[in-house]
Ligand binder design. Structure first.
Ligand SMILES: *Cc1c(COP(=O)(O)O)cnc(C)c1O
Length: 362
């Protein structure tokens, strides 16, 4: 079998090896079915069980209450930038957006097509290096919802806890830290996440929505864009991403076997600490992008003193089997994405490489 390397890509990203090996087996024929997962009907009993398993896995791991629906949709988190305002900005036709990066800005762009957007806070000044404080938020108590991005994949910043928004429904783009720890789902009206960062392959997006909000969706909406339709049809209004949901099912089983999200979180904290310690103990050789109390456990972003030195490190790292370390094109520098499935050993090996590189290139 082909050897695997360390994949630090921000997304699509690393998946658990156990999941890949199981999928590899099922790709020829599912046990007792005689057809591959790529070939079965989305209305078959076999898929029914897989679909149910994926939903139950998420419910169990996150403790999703019964008054929430879970959908598996298409169009990525990007389509949710439109679906959220189309379905929810229907009462007072205005919403609060907290802007902490490029993805929040893209969400704002689509929301503005639907109604009035109030920027409750933005940390763009200074280069999105931090999460705003609660005191900075200028919230409108009559907004239809408040939208925030829990983890900023490009900048490497992350909310430690959700903003306090009173009785206004809270909507979260959790694409890049979904299921990295347990949440109090009851604080949220809607959580959405493209699967390809921390949960599965690209092409499937999870939406968790409190059921009473479904009443906000107008029958005039285009059918696929209407959350109520997906609730009524249990994500099967059209052909869903069968393979994506299948992988999510396997990933949730992997997380449950490991001990659940509290255990996963403990490991994520440990892994991130190893890398941040390397940055902080380098006498300024490695320069962390995010402010310390805003640092992400998922995407570790940093710079070296010159772009040339960064390029050299990336080239040598790639040759040594550390892939995907180049920062997002909009900010440059380096980014190590160390999602749930990324092994601790890979972080330790990268740190050893970085310490050696620093000695060789003082
Ligand atoms: C990757 C990402 C997106 C975009 O996801 P698509 O699935 O490509 O639409 C949106 N928000 C965040 C926070 C992301 O990390």
């Amino acid at each position: 079998m082909e050897k695997r390397i360390y994949n630090f890509s921000a997304g699509p990203a690393v998946l658990p090896e156990e999941v890949l090996l199981e999928a590899q087996k099922d790709l020829y024929a599912l046990p007792g079915v005689g057809m591959s997962i790529l070939e079965i009907s989305h209305r078959s009993k076999t898929f029914d069980k897989i679909h149910q398993g994926a939903e139950e896995g998420i419910r169990k791991l996150l403790g999703v209450p019964d008054n929430y629906s879970i959908f598996f949709l298409q169009g990525g988190a990007t389509l949710q930038f439109s679906m959220v305002p189309l379905n929810l900005m229907t009462v007072n036709k205005k919403a609060d957006y907290i802007v902490t990066g490029v993805w929040s800005k893209k969400a704002v762009k689509e929301a503005k097509r639907v109604g009035t957007v109030n920027i409750a806070a933005s940390t763009e000044e200074g280069g999105f290096k931090r999460i705003p404080t609660q005191a900075e938020l200028k919230l409108d108590p009559t907004a239809d919802y408040v939208h925030f991005t829990s983890n900023n994949t490009i900048y490497g910043t992350e909310w430690k806890t959700e903003p306090e928004v009173g009785n206004v429904p809270l909507v979260c783009d959790a694409s890049s830290d979904f299921m990295h720890k347990k949440l109090d789902v009851s604080k949220y009206a809607l959580i959405y996440a493209g699967a390809q960062k921390n949960l599965g392959p690209s092409g499937v997006t999870v939406v968790i929505i409190r059921k009473d909000l479904l009443e906000r969706s107008s029958d005039d909406l285009h059918t696929y864009l209407n959350y109520k339709i997906h609730a009524e049809n249990n994500s099967l209004y059209n052909t869903p991403t069968v393979f994506g949901i299948y992988i999510i099912n396997l990933v949730t089983k992997w997380l449950l076997n490991m001990g659940g999200l509290d255990e996963m979180y403990k490991r994520n904290v440990e892994k991130a600490k190893i890398l941040y310690d390397c940055i902080d103990n380098s006498n300024g050789y490695y320069i962390g992008h995010a402010e310390k109390d805003s640092r992400s456990l998922m995407n570790v972003t940093f710079n070296l003193r010159t772009p040339e030195l960064e390029k050299k490190l990336i080239e040598e790292a790639t040759a040594a089997g550390f892939d995907g370390l180049k920062g997002h094109r909009s900010v440059g520098g380096l980014r190590a994405s160390i999602y749930n499935a990324f092994p601790k050993k890979g972080v330790e090996d990268l740190v050893a490489f970085m310490e050696d590189f620093r000695k060789r290139n003082p």
